[in-house]
Ligand binder design. Structure first.
Ligand SMILES: [Zn+2]
Ligand SMILES: [Zn+2]
Length: 229
């Protein structure tokens, strides 16, 4: 480990400064989410619960996010997709653990019997990238908070990245029918926490929630490291 640090010194994933995966200056600039918001109207809501008037029959019940998707977090999460290794991303998660804990503990107080489910990548994209960064986040949460994790969904459609699309309608159509439930052995009535890195328009997690609820999962909450609204 010591030798490794000399040969491959850690550097800030945001600005490149040698020393740590997140330097103090960048850490102080990170924008934390101050109030949680409803995933449908993007307006503030208590603990991220979907407003009563925004609720859908097979919809998301709650969204918990840690950061705003801008500045430091945006730079790091963009790098994760194209350049980073599994290990450096794990170091980063450890570095921001206190912030994760704040949001997560709140959700744990409200919900019992949670199963974590990462939003999957299409197998082709996962092969190209080498790993699914969302799976790393979910495994990290599972380990730290002692919550079971289950890959309930697979991606059956290799969609365009949602960030390449402009309108809500395009994003909705792009993601439609792209997930399939592969495990039906979980307890019906359970609470599933979908894990994603970034929630932008919310269509991806909404589609995943739809599939789960159509298959009799009672409650679906979403945890994202960052959100764009
Ligand atoms: Zn930095
Ligand atoms: Zn709302």
């Amino acid at each position: 480990m010591f030798l490794e640090n000399i040969l491959f010194p850690k550097h800030c994933l945001s600005c490149g400064k040698i020393g740590n995966v997140l330097c103090d200056a960048c850490k102080s600039k990170i924008t934390k989410v101050r109030t949680q918001s409803c995933i449908y109207c993007f307006k503030p809501s208590l603990a991220g619960f979907t407003h009563h008037s925004c609720r859908r029959r097979f919809g998301v019940d709650e969204l918990v996010s840690v950061y705003r998707y801008d500045g430091v977090v945006r730079r790091v999460l963009k790098k994760v997709k194209y350049k980073l290794t599994r290990k450096s991303f794990l170091w980063f998660l450890n570095e921001i653990f206190i912030d994760i804990q704040t949001g997560f503990n709140q959700a744990l107080k409200i919900h019992k019997n949670i199963t974590l489910c990462p939003i999957p990548l299409h197998p082709t994209r996962q092969r190209q990238r080498g790993f699914n960064q969302v799976e790393i986040i979910a495994k990290f949460l599972s380990l730290k908070f002692k919550i079971p994790i289950s890959n309930l969904l697979v991606r059956v459609k290799n969609t365009k990245p949602q960030s390449d699309l402009q309108t809500h309608q395009e994003r909705k159509n792009n993601i439609k029918n792209s997930f399939k439930l592969i495990k039906k052995d979980i307890n019906l009535g359970k609470t599933v926490m979908l894990v994603d890195d970034i929630v932008t328009s919310g269509h991806t997690v909404r589609e995943a929630a739809y599939i789960l609820k159509r298959n009799k999962i009672k409650k679906v909450i979403v945890f994202s490291l960052a959100r764009a609204f």
